[in-house]
Design a protein around this ligand. Sequence first.
Ligand code: SF4
Length: 398
Amino acid sequence: MITSKKSDLGGTEEALTGGEPCEWQRELQHNVTTVEGLEEYLPLTPAERRDLEQVTAAHPMNIPRYYLELIDPGDPHDPVRKMAVPATEELIVAGDMGATTGDPYGDDKHDKGNGILHKYPYTALVVTTEYCSMYCRHCFRKRMVGLPNDQTVKSFRQAASYIAAHPEIKNVVMSGGDPLLLPTSALKSMLSELRGIKHLNYVRIGSRAPVVFPMRFFDDELIELLADFNREKPLYLPTHFNHPREITPTAREAVRRLRSAGVTVNNQAVLLRGVNDAADTLAELMDGLLRIGVNPYYLYQCMPVTRVRHHFQVPLKEGVDLVDAARAKMDGYAKRFKFIIGHDIGKLEICGRIDDKLILKQLHARPGHQDESSRMLVRRLTDNGGWLDDLPECSLSS
Ligand code: SF4
């Protein structure tokens, strides 16, 4: 549960610290956070036990009981397990896939202080909390999620003032961590700071709670708050389903409740080795999302994140083929997602390949590089290259 913070989250400090925990907060207190606790659910070898102690010292473990129950305890290669349970491979900081970084998206360069990241002129992202209901092992914000850091908003009122003073900002992403782990009263204060800003067209709340902790949406007060805000400005909830087994009846109910509040739910999956790196799995995932009313939006190439890249990233040569093979099985709505590299220079769509050349289109460009937005890029595919920087530049004719 989120406890006391020395901060002014738009007058919500009391809400963060006081009061009896409600049902979803009490459930979070049962999350598995220790290796001993994990052993009650999953058998571990002595070597695994030793390694996990070491891994969790660097990147904490935090798994809701709901999500643990989706794991097959008899299968050490279970795809759901890979996303939740720390692995020995996290101890590998350098390996075959190439260099790694803590900040692959270049967020730190666009940090305006007080939790605001302002990379593209039209979008501001506010890091509202470093907490999540689960600490995903593949997280690209692994450098800060679940760990003390100074990149979280201290005063949401000041963050809202920054946004109000920048009329070029058309939309805000409330991110983290997971903003929906904040008490509903704290969220209410934050949203009330945003609702009067005229130049904001819409607000996004990024949350993996529909996938890993869907009981958060059984809080009627939250649903009423979202419905109320949505009457003022459209609310979008980017979420993060990666595997069809995550689409459970409980997750479906969470999404149904969000949709009943008028919230549009878009999915941003990540292509992950051992999780969804098969055409059938990806097709099943996108079809399953449509079945519960979630729009397939992005499929990210796994970023070169330290302690993530070497066991989760799929080489682009393999990835582009398997995404095309998956798309061949999908109807029009299922294949609307874009296969994306979230790069330091901006967001790039992987359009496909011609022979050994990868064709990309830049979708967003950093400030001062507007000439790069909407450009096409061509790179030569290599056997292991998993990131733009790994692939030599070339032209279509060379
Ligand atoms: S919920 Fe999102 S931010 Fe939190 S650990 Fe998982 S991927 Fe990272």
